[in-house]
Design a protein around this ligand. Structure first.
Ligand SMILES: NC(=O)c1ccc[n+]([C@@H]2O[C@H](COP(=O)([O-])OP(=O)(O)OC[C@H]3O[C@@H](n4cnc5c(N)ncnc54)[C@H](OP(=O)(O)O)[C@@H]3O)[C@@H](O)[C@H]2O)c1
Length: 318
């Protein structure tokens, strides 16, 4: 129930890319992830306190949830938190599509509750928010969040839950150095003022902001992320070089600095980890304190790159 406060680690872990892990999946990331590598990721993450796992039925049409459950096998349910989503576009035609989708996710996840359940996008806030109430009341979901919602849509969902004495406890939006619509729209301020946790996704812009990829070493050919980012990598060099230099002073990488930036903005980044070594980066990022002047410099370089990385599924935040 929402009476238990939502407590989360400094960084949450995203498993969208796990949906196409070497099996027929959605081919979005072009990653070839093996179950043994993902198990290593889980073990390293869990032992370093990164215990909140974000997934969705939409990631590889259930495959991400299945693979995540396999990778978490053997851990006690109390040792990790599960975050998954209701995706309106995948709603079935039963009497309660939200409860049905949750049941199917629980089955794939091998769980009897999820810690955080999201409405994936604001396809129809008035329709899809009320069915969350009985799920919260039954304890099948512990906390509710809304994703890709504008300020008005967040407030509407919160009003609907408020009639049952419940509330929106978390917001999950695209938020990176290159994409700061939620800050401009006042959503970060709203979350701070209302004790709502803001989760930022695609902080690394699917790899484009890690410093690992550049025009000479582009994202995997044929993947959807390559189609989105390879054409703009040449505009990102000044920013990723500066992130790399700021990181080097602290024994960290450009990716660690991108993550540290999202933490410094008061958000909980959801990082799409695909390698055990990425967890070392998150440990470093958790310890980095960026100076205001560094934050301002990075944001100015990001603005100068002048790119629009809004996902095809997203609407403008204002
Ligand atoms: N609610 C929504 O609509 C929505 C939308 C998008 C994402 N999300 C959530 O947010 C999560 C994160 O987004 P994302 O996975 O799309 O992209 P992301 O976190 O911006 O980038 C992930 C990619 O960055 C690289 N990477 C990850 N951790 C790294 C580290 N510590 N150091 C260096 N490189 C690292 C990996 O690339 P390589 O594999 O090439 O190394 C990985 O595939 C998703 O998994 C999902 O849970 C939610």
């Amino acid at each position: 129930m929402t009476s238990n406060a939502l407590t989360v680690p400094a960084v949450a872990l995203g498993t969208w890319a796990w949906g196409d892990s070497g099996q027929p999946g959605d081919g979005y990331f072009g990653s070839r992830l093996s179950q043994s590598v993902l198990r290593e990721v889980v073990e390293k993450a869990q032992s370093n306190g990164f215990t909140l796992w974000d997934t969705a039925v939409a990631y590889g049409m259930g495959r991400s949830e299945t693979v995540l459950a396999q990778a978490l096998a053997g851990y006690d349910r109390s040792e990790y938190q599960l975050s998954t989503k209701f995706t309106p576009q995948l709603a079935g035609d039963g009497a309660d599509p939200v409860a049905d989708m949750l049941e199917q996710s629980l089955e794939r996840l091998g769980a009897d509750y999820v810690d955080l359940f999201w409405i994936h996008n604001p396809a129809d806030v008035a329709r899809w928010t009320p069915p969350l109430i009985p799920l919260l009341e039954s304890g099948k979901i512990k906390h509710v969040g809304v994703s890709n919602h504008t300020m008005e849509q967040i407030a509407l969902a919160d009003r609907i839950l408020g009639e049952a004495g419940l509330r929106v406890e978390a917001v999950q939006n695209h938020f990176s150095l290159l994409y700061r619509g939620s800050e401009r729209a006042g959503i970060l301020d709203y979350c701070r003022e209302h004790d709502v946790r803001f989760f930022s996704y695609m902080v690394l812009e699917q790899g484009a902001l890690t410093g690992r990829y550049n025009p000479a070493n582009p994202l995997p050919e044929g993947s959807s992320r390559a189609a989105v980012y390879n054409g703009i990598l040449h505009r990102l060099g000044a920013l990723t070089d500066r992130m790399g230099a700021i990181g080097a002073d602290r024994g960290a990488s450009a990716a660690d600095v991108a993550t540290a930036w999202a933490i410094a903005k008061g958000t909980t980044p959801i990082i799409g980890v695909t390698k055990a070594g990425h967890i070392d980066g998150l440990v470093r990022a958790r310890g980095i304190e960026l100076a205001d002047v560094e934050i301002a410099e990075l944001e100015a370089l990001a603005d100068a790159a002048d790119v629009d990385t809004r996902g095809w599924w997203e609407h403008e935040m204002q």
